[in-house]
Design a protein around this ligand. Structure first.
Ligand code: SAM
Length: 256
């Protein structure tokens, strides 16, 4: 399986791909690729380019496009995960593993019981002193390449749950994982949909360490968001986010 690398759509021409910076350094220096080697470039918007390397240096790499295809491994139906940002760097795990699973977009959520507040767009620096958004974007690019995807999941701006309710109507189904729900499973929520209802966009909502408030549960009911159980065990927020997204993707037939 040829290595996958990221290329900006603007750096793809009719016959050629050109990359520079970190990706060029990775190809030329870290992996010591040479002229004639076969690699695949993905542009993050569904484009996949099977290429033969032409000019290779740690500053710039050009490659001749041999074959181009689209979205070979991308889910057709979209699962967006609105995850209350957990403490520390646990959101990193959600971004990386969720991207591998096929999540279409991530909404860093702030709810009433959130520990992390959005002032200044979650400015807590990551390892490289970068902001959280830039760190999550970087993790998503790496996970997209590693999982052979070609669409880069969108990482939305931090969003208050109070504002997310107005966006729920844009989805065919909205699920909110909550331990107070004892009956409705994800599978049952799908099975209870009208037979003729086409489900192409699903919103998954997961709470923070302190869980959702009664007011938030009531708002969910008002907005026809289905509260679902993830079983009798109490999951960490990041575990719940990945479990809910995976269960929804499986119900949509996107996990084999
Ligand atoms: N409020 C809970 C408590 O203090 O007992 C803990 C919240 S849990 C750590 C964080 C989030 O994960 C919850 O808001 C919910 O969205 C989800 N979650 C965890 N376990 C779950 C389960 N068994 N069923 C449904 N959702 C769950």
């Amino acid at each position: 399986m040829p290595e996958h690398f990221h290329v900006k759509p603007s750096d793809v021409s009719e016959r050629q791909v050109t990359v520079s910076g970190e990706e060029a350094r990775h190809i030329a220096t870290a992996l010591r690729h040479k002229r004639g080697d076969r690699v695949v470039f993905v542009d993050g918007q569904g484009g996949e380019y099977e290429c033969s390397l032409e000019a290779v240096s740690s500053f710039s790499v050009t490659a001749r496009i041999i074959n181009r295809s689209r979205k070979g491994r991308e889910p057709i139906r979209q699962v967006t995960l609105a995850q209350a940002v957990p403490k520390g760097t646990r959101m990193d795990l959600v971004i990386e593993k969720g991207t591998e699973l096929g999540v279409y977009g991530f909404i860093p959520l702030v709810s009433q019981n959130s520990v992390i507040r959005p002032e200044g767009g979650l400015p807590v620096p990551g390892e490289a002193g970068e902001g959280r958004q830039a760190r999550w974007q970087r993790l998503a690019v790496a996970a997209m390449k590693q999982s052979l995807r070609s669409v880069l999941p969108k990482i939305h701006e931090p969003t208050e749950l109070a504002k997310l309710w107005d966006q729920c109507d844009a989805y065919d189904l909205a699920l909110m994982a909550d331990e107070s729900e004892k009956r409705l499973s994800v599978a049952r929520a799908f099975s209870e949909l009208p037979a003729n209802k086409e489900v192409r966009r699903v919103l998954c909502i997961v709470g923070p360490e302190g869980g959702f408030s009664e007011e938030e549960r009531q708002r969910a009911a008002d907005k026809h968001v289905r509260l679902v159980t993830l079983g009798p065990r109490r999951l960490r927020a990041e575990t719940a986010g990945l479990a809910l997204a995976a269960l929804a993707l499986a119900q949509l037939g996107e996990l084999g």
